[in-house]
Structure formats: C-alpha cells, structure tokens
Design a protein around this ligand. Structure first.
Ligand SMILES: N[C@@H](CCC(=O)N[C@@H](CS)C(=O)NCC(=O)O)C(=O)O
Length: 201
C-alpha cells in the first residue's frame, strides 16, 4: 500500500476519499479528527499547517485537499486527469477558483445554516455570502450551460474539486433554484457511486 489518507470522513478529507474511490486506487486511512489536528506530530510531518486532509504517498507528504486531488488524478491518469498541459492549466484554474471564489462564502453558508449551534447562526451572514456568491455562481451557470462540465466536456478532477465545495450550499438548496444548471451538475456528481461510497467510509 503506497497511499495513506489522513482525516476523518466528515472533513475536507472526503474530497480525497471521493477521488481515490473514483480512481479505484488502494489506500489506508489514519482517522484524525479536527479537534486532534494540532496535537498530531504525525500530521505536522506531512502538513506544515497540521490540517486534514494530508496524504503520504510513496514517501511524499502532501497537503491542501484540492492540490492533493490534482496530484493523485495526474499520477493515476484516466478520464478524470488532464490529457495535456492546456487541460492541466484549466483544471488547476477551476480548483483555485473553488478555493478562492467559492469556498470562503460557501463555508459561511454551511456554518450559519447548519454547523453552528442554533443560537450562533446569523442569517445576515448567509445573505452576505449569497451576495458574494452571485457573480461566481452566475459565471459557473453560464459555463455549465455552454459546456456541461468544467473542462474537456467530461467529468474530471476539476468538477470533483468544485463539487465538494458547492455541495456545502445544498444546505440552502431553495436558494440554488436560481442556478438550475449548477443544481443538475451537483446532483449528477453526487449520484456517482464513488461519491456515495465516500460518504460511508
Ligand atoms: N485549505 C485546506 C483546509 C484544511 C482544513 O482547514 N481542514 C480542517 C478540517 S475540514 C481542519 O484541519 N481543521 C482543524 C484545525 O484547523 O485545526 C484544505 O483544503 O485542505
């Protein structure tokens, strides 16, 4: 076994678990939860920021969920991976957009609709997050209307990476009705057997 994935399923480690299941590659798990990350010397060895997920792959320690996924897709190849440098650039760009354009407001939505205790939830923060999301979601809606997927007309690691972030918005599914292509694309991503398996690991 060459690959070890660090992190519990209910964390950003589910991004890498999903990808590993899509690729059909063997891996081991080290179940570290959010509350234990700071105290884990093993994790610090692989990830200078001591967050989950991290991986160890044939001696390489790697961190940042979306970067891990790009690395594993490229290493193992197949339809999820870029077929040339142009696709590589586009998949990297969409993954950076997932982290910069979408993730900060999407996590505000997730926390304030679901994860914070009820008395800490702030509807104004959800409003502000959707205001911030309007432009990137409109842009994505247009891209999906034109191309169906993010890159190369097929489901790739770029779709997977962005779907893991936008999946958080399903806690406010009613508001997503304004973006029907995104809703359909997310539903198709989450209908994939590898996503469904990754939720149960
Ligand atoms: N940008 C990082 C974020 C990693 C991250 O913040 N992970 C959370 C769990 S989802 C964590 O480790 N929390 C515990 C902590 O911050 O100590 C990535 O995508 O991998």
């Amino acid at each position: 076994m060459t690959l070890t994935i660090y992190g519990i399923t209910r964390s950003r480690a589910n991004r890498t678990l999903w990808l590993a299941e899509e690729l059909g590659i063997p891996y081991e798990r080290v179940l570290i939860a959010q509350k234990d990350t700071g105290g884990s010397a093993e994790l610090k060895r692989l990830n200078p920021f001591a967050h989950i997920p991290a991986i160890e792959d044939e001696g390489l320690g790697l961190f940042e969920s979306l970067a891990i996924n790009l690395y594993l897709a490229k290493k193992h190849g197949g339809p999820l991976a870029p077929k040339d440098l142009a696709e590589d650039g586009l998949m990297t760009a969409w993954s950076f957009a997932a982290a910069t354009e979408f993730e900060p407001p999407a996590i505000e939505v997730l926390m304030n609709v679901l994860l914070y205790p009820a008395e800490q939830r702030d509807p104004a923060k959800v409003e502000a997050a959707f205001k911030r999301l309007q432009r990137p979601l409109d842009a994505l809606e247009g891209h999906l209307a034109a191309h169906g997927h993010l890159v190369g007309g097929r489901f790739t690691v770029a779709d997977l990476n962005l779907a893991t972030v936008l999946g958080w918005l399903l806690v406010a599914k009613d508001r997503l009705q304004a973006w029907p292509k995104i809703l359909a694309w997310l539903a198709a991503a989450q209908a994939r057997p590898a996503w469904q398996k990754s939720q149960r690991l």
